[in-house]
Design a protein around this ligand. Structure first.
Ligand code: GNR
Ligand code: NI
Length: 201
């Protein structure tokens, strides 16, 4: 049996709104964020086969959790969901600027120049360390409505996209840190184990 007109009108209205949540800090994140040492952060994410209302619901809860934790990005793995889904908002104080939702993102190319930038991660709270990455990336993905998109990103957006894409592969920024001394000190200060870092350099 097909859905009633009221049901269809309801889902059409929801779909056309995409993923919109108030940019506010809640008492608790709707989805708890896993931290370094938790094996869920190391599992690879699977492709999303269909961008439907369930995916948008998850993206909404990820955004609420991200705003509550004062982050500018969040990957599904951080809330224990192994899907290729990430949300980004570089402007969380500005309600007029909508957040980005990236489904099945793929990096198409890296620029040749490198930058050093001090990164942090909601899954390694309080630890901020320099990471070297390409300045520019070209990425293709589906948006929250399943529409194919392409984007060339530099600056903080390029940085954030690369950091989030690492999460989809079970990689954390501390795995990329080259300054051993700062790494050991930073982790120790916040009570994290050096053995939970899987250095890739
Ligand atoms: O909130 C975040 N800030 C940040 C700063 C520099 C580089 C990357 C980031 S992403 C991080 C949120 C997070 O952990 N996303 O996975
Ligand atoms: Ni992170």
């Amino acid at each position: 049996m097909a859905g009633s007109f009221a049901q269809m009108a309801h889902s059409a209205a929801q779909a056309s709104r995409g993923v919109q949540v108030p940019k506010q800090v809640l008492d608790q994140p709707p989805l708890p964020i896993h931290t370094l040492g938790d094996p869920v952060l190391r599992a690879p994410a699977r492709r999303v086969s269909k961008v439907d209302e369930a995916v948008r619901d998850l993206a909404r809860d990820m955004l609420r959790s991200m705003y509550t934790a004062h982050g500018i990005g969040l990957a599904a793995a951080q809330v224990g969901v192994h899907k290729q889904l990430l949300v980004i908002d570089l402007d969380p104080e500005n309600p007029a600027n909508p957040p980005m939702v990236l489904v099945n993102p793929e990096i198409r190319s890296f620029g040749s120049s490198l930058d050093t930038y001090e990164e942090g991660c909601l899954s390694i709270p309080g630890v901020y360390l320099n990471v070297v990455r390409p300045t520019v990336v070209e990425v293709s993905y589906r948006d929250e409505m399943g529409r194919p998109q392409k984007l060339k990103a530099d600056g903080l957006l390029g940085r954030c996209i690369q950091h989030e894409m690492d999460h989809l592969n079970g990689v954390l920024f501390v795995d990329r840190v080259t300054d051993e001394l700062s790494l050991n000190e930073g982790l120790k200060e916040k009570g994290f184990q050096r053995s939970d870092v899987h250095s890739i350099r």
